[in-house]
Design a protein around this ligand. Structure first.
Ligand code: FES
Length: 236
């Protein structure tokens, strides 16, 4: 009897038989604090999320920075280097000339292509890793001695590893007084030779890069593509 009363008191029904719901032990919540596998997974997933965010940020921000640099390259106060009279660059030919003076690109060699009434100034720096390319008059093309990169008469890639065409220089022509005979060429950096005198001087200025369609971009590093996903992620 005493034993029965004790059990009833424990169930909250002193003196009576309890038949209702009984309290049960709460379920212990499982803690991951001491689970090394869980911590490792959490850190891994966090790392993946952070890395993904960084890649997305780069894909968004790098083109924006690129546009800003493009504006800087178009700075009209860019330095011009005088290559001499237009007569140095006969119509129908491509003439190689070293750039000298105080230009930041004073070590460059320029291939001045004067064809069909337009002048284009190509930089001899290979777009792959920067080796100096050579011009071959017989094939009217450019070949890089380092890894076999080859470019056609316009500097467009025809073989080898270069990721883009040869870079170009802006060009303009000035008369005997130093006055520009029309301004910077706008067709792929070229200059129309219509109406200019053979005694006028040809000048080269800021270099820039192009894609295979000859669309102009800011100057890129050797090995750097100008379009595509890889161009956004360069140099990662
Ligand atoms: S540096 Fe010209 S092909 Fe590699």
């Amino acid at each position: 009897m005493a034993e029965s009363q004790g059990n009833d008191a424990q169930n909250g029904t002193p003196g009576g038989q309890y038949s209702g719901p009984r309290a049960i032990d709460p379920v212990q919540e499982h803690s991951h604090d001491d689970d090394p596998d869980f911590i490792t997974r959490t850190r891994f997933l966090s790392g993946v999320a952070i890395a993904g965010g960084a890649v997305l940020s780069a894909a968004i921000l790098v083109p924006i920075v690129g546009f800003a640099v493009t504006d800087a390259v178009k700075d009209p106060k860019a330095q011009w280097v005088d290559l001499g009279p237009v007569s140095n660059f006969p119509d129908g030919q491509t003439t190689s000339i070293a750039v000298s003076g105080t230009s930041p690109w004073s070590d460059a060699r320029v291939f001045v292509r004067n064809r069909a009434g337009q002048i284009i100034a190509l930089w001899n720096r290979c777009a792959h890793l920067g080796c100096p390319v050579e011009y071959f008059k017989g094939g009217d093309n450019y070949v890089c001695p380092c890894h076999g990169g080859a470019y056609d008469t316009l500097g467009l890639v025809v073989a080898g590893p270069p990721p883009r065409p040869l870079d170009r220089f802006n060009v303009k022509v000035v008369d005997g007084t130093g006055k520009s005979v029309g301004g910077v060429g706008t067709v792929h950096g070229s200059w129309s030779t219509a109406g200019i005198s053979q005694s006028d001087h040809l000048l080269v200025g800021t270099p820039f890069s192009i894609n295979s369609a000859q669309k102009a971009y800011r100057l890129h590093d050797p090995g750097e593509p100008v379009t595509g996903v890889l161009s956004n992620l360069y140099p990662f």
